[in-house]
Design a protein around this ligand. Sequence first.
Ligand code: ZN
Length: 275
Amino acid sequence: MDKLIITIASTGNVPTRKMTPYVPVTPEEIAEDIVRCCNAGASVAHIHARDADQRPSYRAEVFGQIFQRLDSAGCPVIRQLSTGARHGNTFEERSQNLNLDPEMASLCTGSTNFPNMAYVNTPDMVDFLAGVMKDRNIKPEIEVFDAAMINNALLLAQKGLVEDPLVFNFVLGIRGALPATAKNLLHLVESVPPGSRWSVSVIGPQHVPMSVMAMVMGGNIRVGIEDNIYYAKGDLATNVRLVERIVRIAREVGREIATPDQAREILGLPRRENR
Ligand code: ZN
């Protein structure tokens, strides 16, 4: 079995300081938290940025400040930028941060009803984002909120817009999308092409048991305050604690943790001159 890749989703679009004092929101806080999580065993950082009022920001400048701080800390984590829509939904807004040439970026291949909004990814937007990632040598992580999004990813592969190995993240437990059940995870895993890499990201209290299921099935795991502000009922999480728990469980079940360079190998990331 491959080593386990842990992705830290530290911030997301939704959590605010009012909801939890532990969510990092400034570039300094986000970078510092990522460094701590990387030291604890995370090899990929799924990164969102916020403006001075904690609102989601699409601006490459803010993402760039996070990059600079990761650079000066010498942090080897794989940087995966979100291209999610809450901060604006024009082609320019959705893709501006890709100008920073991260190694990876998220790519959602369909639309979903979130609790209070529709998360819209039109076919031309999906093709556009995939095309920019391809041109810039950025590996997409295909975000799957619904089984149909796997099929959409295969159509992108047919068009040559995404390349093997395909990398999927299955997002379960969002109200309006797929519930976090063992049956749903099994179905998704069985629906991706052989050789694909996959991780699971679960919103809600099922995130621990579903992470354990992914771990023993050979999948990877995303954790973080983006997905869960609670570590357990009534106990607000820190990002580091969420990573540390997965590392502890992995040790107990005999799954070794991937370093960032091992994760690059497993995910088939393009070689970069600056690495
Ligand atoms: Zn995200």
